[in-house]
Structures are given as structure tokens and as C-alpha cells.
Design a protein around this ligand. Structure first.
Ligand SMILES: [Zn+2]
Ligand SMILES: [Zn+2]
Length: 273
């Protein structure tokens, strides 16, 4: 298995040591781990500063690569927070540094935080969802320096702010926008991830889950990774198998891994024995 979304203490919101994550990964049967640390050049109303010291990070990754040689493949990676005023800085950061893999994520819409609920103030459920999916669609057109789009449907984790539950939502209302987003990604040789953090947030679903994965497959999507988005050792490697099962149910034969930002396709049948 491959955990392609993990945050160590190089991310402002995690205290996990690299070695701690590596041990947990090996224990969980993970063969490859990507440390996708946060860089968010714009994050309003938040005490944390999501910057990224690449030199320190690279040195530390080189050390654990040596320490866990033959036991675990460890990738240099980043989760870039996409923001319309920061495309240039994000682009420079992606190009100036040596990464195996880059996730592009949308954590804010209307310049407001989904996580703390600011985004939902004064919006109906439909307004919140439509604006969220249109925002992602716009950002994916404007900014292309990443390999996979992070956690599409992240908004499911925060629907309690509009007193809704994800299972009651008519997601089909947004399929046109989402389908267009998928096509833009596919045409530019980018993909999506299946993010398992919904289980940590007790909404018990993958982000995105099966209907969206089927839609992505139907429009020709191939590049797809699975990651836990773990911020502590307890979640490294957790629920990955369920993610691969979803891929299989959606009709995928392969999951994608990366080296130097180039995709390789690994057969699911070898993973799901
Ligand atoms: Zn994220
Ligand atoms: Zn993350």
C-alpha cells in the first residue's frame, strides 16, 4: 500500500516526527509514504503559519530515507494550498524545489475558511456547495503546478455548519461542474486523490467517494492516488485498503505512484489480494 498524504512536524498543524510516521507506516503494511507538508501562503483568521522550510525538510527526509532503506520508500512531497492571489508564489515554490509528488488543495472559498465555519456564514447549503465546486473549477484552470487535486468534497467534513449531513445532499446537482473540473485535470495530465480523512472526522466516507470516482473514471480519469491525510501516527496507513476497494468498484485497475513528479501505474490486483 502507498500512503500518499501524510503531515509531519514540517506542517504547522502536525507534531508527528518523520520516524514516528515511518514506523507506523511499516506497521500498517505501507510500502511507500509521501510526506505532503502544507504550504499555504494565504490563510485568514488562523494562528498557524503554514510555511515550508524546504532545505530543512529535504535534509530530514534524506536521513529517514537512509534509516528505512529497504523497508519503506519515502517521498518528498507537498500539499499546496491554492489561492487566486498566490498562484505565482505557489508556482515558484513548486518549480524551485525538488519534489516527487505535489497535491494541489483548496482549503478556502470566497477567501474564507471551511474548517472554522466562516465560509458558511450567510449561505444556504446549495450556495455553499455550488460556490465551493465552482471555486475548485476556477482554481484548477488557473493553477496547474500539481499532480493530483487534494480531497475533492472536503466540504463534507464541515456541513454541520449549515446543519446538513453529506448523505442527504443531492450531489448530482453539481456533477456538471465537477465533470468539467475532471476534464481539465485529465487534459493536463493531472489527477485526483482519494483522501481517507473522512474517517478521522467521523463522517465515515472517502473524499471523494464512489459516485465521484465513477464519474472521474467515466470521463477518462486514470491518475489517482490514495492517502490518509494523517497528522498523527494513529492514522498513518489507516483505511487505505478501503480506498483501494473503492477504486476497484469504480472500475480502476491501477493506482498511481510518483517519482520526480512522473506517474507510474501499479496494479490494484497486487495490492488487494
Ligand atoms: Zn488539505
Ligand atoms: Zn493534508
Amino acid at each position: 500500500m502507498f500512503d500518499y498524504h501524510v503531515h509531519s512536524l514540517f506542517s504547522a498543524d502536525s507534531k508527528m516526527k518523520l520516524a514516528e510516521a515511518c514506523e507506523a507506516a511499516i506497521e500498517a503494511g505501507v510500502k511507500e509514504i509521501a510526506f505532503t507538508e502544507h504550504i499555504d501562503y494565504f490563510y485568514p483568521n488562523c494562528d498557524l503559519i503554514f510555511d515550508f522550510d524546504y532545505q530543512e525538510y529535504a535534509k530530514a527526509i534524506d536521513q529517514v530515507q537512509e534509516q528505512y532503506l529497504n523497508k519503506l520508500k519515502i517521498l518528498k512531497a507537498v500539499e499546496i494550498g491554492i489561492h487566486p492571489f498566490k498562484h505565482k508564489e505557489n508556482s515558484m515554490f513548486a518549480k524551485a524545489n525538488d519534489f516527487d509528488f505535489i497535491i494541489g488543495s483548496v482549503h478556502l472559498a470566497d477567501d474564507l475558511d471551511l474548517h472554522n465555519g466562516d465560509y458558511f456564514k450567510g449561505k444556504s447549503l446549495d450556495e455553499a456547495l455550488e460556490t465551493y465546486f465552482l471555486t475548485i473549477n476556477q482554481y484548477v484552470k488557473e493553477f496547474a503546478d500539481f499532480n493530483v487535486l487534494g480531497h475533492l468534497t472536503l466540504i463534507k467534513r464541515y456541513l454541520h455548519y449549515v446543519k446538513a449531513y453529506w448523505a442527504d445532499v443531492q450531489w448530482k446537482n453539481y456533477y456538471d461542474i465537477i465533470e468539467n473540473t475532471f476534464k481539465i485535470l485529465i487534459e493536463s495530465e493531472r489527477g485526483i486523490e482519494v483522501n481517507m480523512s473522512g474517517f478521522r472526522y467521523r463522517i465515515d466516507c472517502a473524499l471523494p467517494d464512489l459516485p465521484f470516482l465513477k464519474l472521474y473514471k467515466d470521463v477518462g480519469g486514470e491518475i489517482i492516488t490514495v492517502g490518509t491525510d494523517a497528522h498523527s501516527k494513529h492514522f498513518v496507513g489507516k483505511h487505505l485498503e478501503f480506498g483501494y476497494q473503492l477504486l476497484e468498484q469504480a472500475g480502476f485497475k491501477y493506482v498511481t505512484t510518483f517519482r520526480q513528479r512522473k506517474p507510474t501505474f501499479v496494479s490494484l490486483s497486487g495490492i488487494l489480494k
